[in-house]
Ligand binder design. Sequence first.
Ligand code: GLU
Length: 437
Amino acid sequence: MTTNGTTTMNPPSEAVREHTGDSLFQRVQSTMERAAEVTGLSPAVRKILARPACEVSVTFPVRMDDGRVEMYTGYRVQHNNALGPFKGGIRYHPGVSIDEVRALAAWMTVKCALVDIPFGGAKGGVQFDPSNLSVPEIERLTRRFVYALGNNIGPDYDVPAPDVGTDARTMAWIVDTYAATLPPQDRHRALAVVTGKPVSAGGSVGREKATGQGVVDLIGLWARDEGLNLTDLTYTVQGFGKVGSWAARILKSLGATLLAVEDATGAVRAAGGLDADALAEHVRRTGGVAGFAGAQAIGHSEFFGIAADVFIPAALEDQVTAETASLLNVRLVAEGANGPTSPEGDAVLRERGIEVLPDILCNAGGVIVSYFEWVQNRGGAAWDAAEIDRRLHGILAKAYQRVKAVGQSKGVDWRTAAYAVALSRLEQVYVERGIFP
Ligand code: GLU
């Protein structure tokens, strides 16, 4: 059951950015409320999900390369664990705030419930720009953050993973630090404290590409229902990091055409299509898509206005706004990022008849393969790539069909239907177990 109560270990040392206007967490709640009406969700479950079960805020010192000491603030918000251990990534980004982490944690709860894996929802973050720190500085920051979190994470309790600004290497440092805090005879347990590790350090094959693979699997299911061939499909991508670049590379192998990409450095297009593998290599070398040979640089509005079948937002929140949604010239928005569409943007897409595969379904491939990694770690097993892909596709296809059926029977959009499926799953467990005492 949920561990009610708020643990504030240290007050944040610096002011955190709050979203102006309605908070991101309030928006998640509004979406939940809309779906709760559709399913007739019990008032008790509504109240439970309206607040995170536990919030940890830690402030810790990090020694920089030049000998200075800087203070950092890190968060871990544990939203709900009715279905299993808390689960969700750790984000390193200058825009991290307690409100954003709360929203991201709640999204993990509904995501895991929707695809029916035995995890709850959590998220962590530290507010800083990783491009301003050296690798040894990021390593020391990560290790101090994990040390400060202490027993607030653990293989049976709360299992972090990569998110924006973190990767497999970050996860390896977390395992190593967490293990060092355990007595020697317990250290073998440390492996399952995080997922998304390097394959050579206890990770799962297929985890790195998993979110992108899931986005492609979902686009494939939608395209089949629409009578579209992936070989004829055209698409654009925003964000060319772990999610966007993998989705594009997999779509390339299936014959689809990538027309344009935008990231923090700018936007590029090529009428004949961009080579996703060459672009990924360019981004690895230069840090962004700007300056990619053979492509034309374009502006933000032009990028959003490009005619294609599918747009994949795979960067940050709030990219599809009322303004950009009215520019979009696509049939489907496949949300690789968490929360890329604002409520106003959503309304414009609905009005214009543009379909949306919502984040909690469309980007669930990451946490599903995280679940496979966790199961393999605990059972001492190693599945091969074909096994991972087969199981991933099976779970996503089942969730897609369930969401589609609810959408049709209740006459609601994909997002509301996805939340309705997730909330019903969560309600079930509360009905079975009751509320203590
Ligand atoms: N950060 C990813 C997400 O937002 C993955 C989480 C995980 O694997 O636990 O879904």
